[in-house]
Write a protein that binds this ligand. Structure first.
Ligand SMILES: [Zn+2]
Length: 204
């Protein structure tokens, strides 16, 4: 029984416990938008020479590839300029001029923020927040990389026309709307289940 435990000990126990965060359907809103953007983004594979040039500019080693932002082991390539801003595509695409090696922590933490703003912010997992020692040098290399090539920027609406473009985003809005409705149903069901667990035997 908890009431037989020392209060300090109880506090320590509560401190180590963390309930897994609850993902509601509504909290998936930005994932839905990101999926609608990712689904139409052009992908331009680089040549080996282009990959070499990119890692040279970033001062990285192909035999031990590190995160361009923080220096941890690289696990993926991250879009330097975000693909999505304010729930719409920026026009940037998946191509070597817009991709840098990254660790998962940095990729997650950076999200759709501007890379320099994020790197120098005090956000918990930003390179500055984590006290990365050679921050300034990393920023200078990323600036050099940024000016290496003019990135492709697609004018989606110009290619498709206003009507088709807006119709695509309407399907996205419709889906988000439908998910909100599903969430309301889920909330009602969850509350009934909660009641049933709290008062076993009493049927409502
Ligand atoms: Zn990193």
């Amino acid at each position: 029984m908890t009431n037989s435990l020392d209060p300090d000990f109880q506090r320590d126990l509560l401190r180590i416990f963390r309930m897994p965060s609850v993902q509601t359907m509504v909290s998936r809103k930005s994932s839905v938008t990101n999926a609608f953007v990712s689904a139409i983004i052009p992908v331009i594979p680089p040549s080996p020479a282009e990959i070499q040039e990119a890692i040279n500019i970033l001062g990285l080693d192909q035999k031990d590839l590190r995160c361009a932002y923080c220096g941890d082991k690289s696990s993926e390539w991250d879009h330097l300029r975000p693909l999505v801003l304010q729930r719409r595509p920026t026009g940037y695409v998946s191509e070597i001029a817009n991709l840098v090696p990254s660790c998962g922590k940095c990729n997650q933490s950076k999200g759709n923020k501007h890379w320099r703003t994020w790197m120098t912010s005090s956000a918990k997992w930003s390179p500055s927040g984590r006290g990365i020692p050679d921050l300034q040098q990393r920023i200078e290399r990323l600036e050099k990389f940024e000016h290496w090539r003019r990135p492709t920027q697609v004018d989606f609406e110009g290619i498709l026309g206003h009507e088709e473009w807006e119709a695509y985003w309407q399907t996205c809005e419709d889906l988000i709307q439908r998910m909100s409705e599903c969430q309301r149903v889920a909330d009602q069901i969850k509350s009934k289940i909660g009641d049933a667990i709290a008062h076993p035997g009493s049927k409502s």
